[in-house]
Design a protein around this ligand. Sequence first.
Ligand code: NAD
Length: 347
Amino acid sequence: TAEKPALLITGGAGFIGSNFVLYMVEKYPSYQIVNLDKLTYAGALDNLAPVERRANYHFVKGDIADEQVVSQLFSDFDIHGVIHLAAESHVDRSIKDAKQFVETNLLGTTVLLQAAKQDWEKKGVLSERRFHQVSTDEIYGSLGSTGKFTEETPYAPRNPYSASKAGANLLVNSFAHTYGMNTIISSCSNNYGPRQHREKLIPTIIFKALSLEPIPIYGDGENIRDWIYVEDHVQALDLIFHHGRRLETYNVGGNNERTNIDIATTVCHILDELHPELLARSGKKSFQDLITYTADRQGHDRRYAVDDSKIRTALGWQPQTDFQQGIRQTVAWYLEAMEAVPRSTNA
Ligand code: NAD
């Protein structure tokens, strides 16, 4: 296994991770792509079916916080870079119980950093090989109705998930300053697209609508997020990992601010077109009539928006996917996935 350079991708069975692994395995046959994932409730090997038999793809089931597993990986493969996506990622779960977020997002990141440092120091390549921390715009806190987060915006996380991600970023930077590691951080806005766990907003809207159940929307539905198609984020990750500058942060966004209620009505209108017979049977005029406002999330951040001019100027990146096109592709993907899985196990 050691003859080709390997890239370690953590969390590759999750939403963004699986989209990233599929892209990297295809694009870089010269790398061994090693996917370390614990397969928590959020990870699914089905996401990776198209690459599971590829010679340059290796799956390892394990916990990033398990020192033995991680150090074994560094001895089994010649790891030339780490792109670290594994995380507990759902804000609502972090509000119910923060501990697992600290274990995975803080302790797990530290274990990875230490293993990479040890291996790369031993090989005399500490300042060359790259550790890329995949982060979120939520670390910057909440915005009012104007302004955007830049890379200089101070961290001000307001829920346990974003606090654990901000802490992880600080640890990553500390390994660069203390030991001279080659680290880099990307902070991305809300992703949408295929392979997202059904607990998240867009899959929830689709599944609830098609079950003719109330579609829950927090508070007044006016919370704003900047939505980016996952494939655009994946391309940004590839570019940042390969061409970004050491110790820098790059914000990645979709330049696409939308309220939650706007997202819900857009998805419902697409479903109205794609599922007219179910709509007719339900006796409703639109799936939109299923939208129900629920008690707001505790400490719900009002608005996130990122200024991504740095990655546009420095690395020539820009999102390729128009929102109307991306959201249609996304809805179509979930409909197909639902047909592939028997209704009872999909519930
Ligand atoms: P996800 O929850 O869909 O996937 C997380 C993956 O990590 C899962 O496959 C899970 O099994 C794995 N995992 C969890 N704990 C682990 C552990 N201890 N050891 C090994 N594997 C473990 O998350 P996602 O939405 O794909 O997000 C991926 C990364 O991108 C996260 O770091 C997240 O903070 C960041 N991010 C997400 C978004 C977004 O909109 N989804 C936006 C910006 C940044």
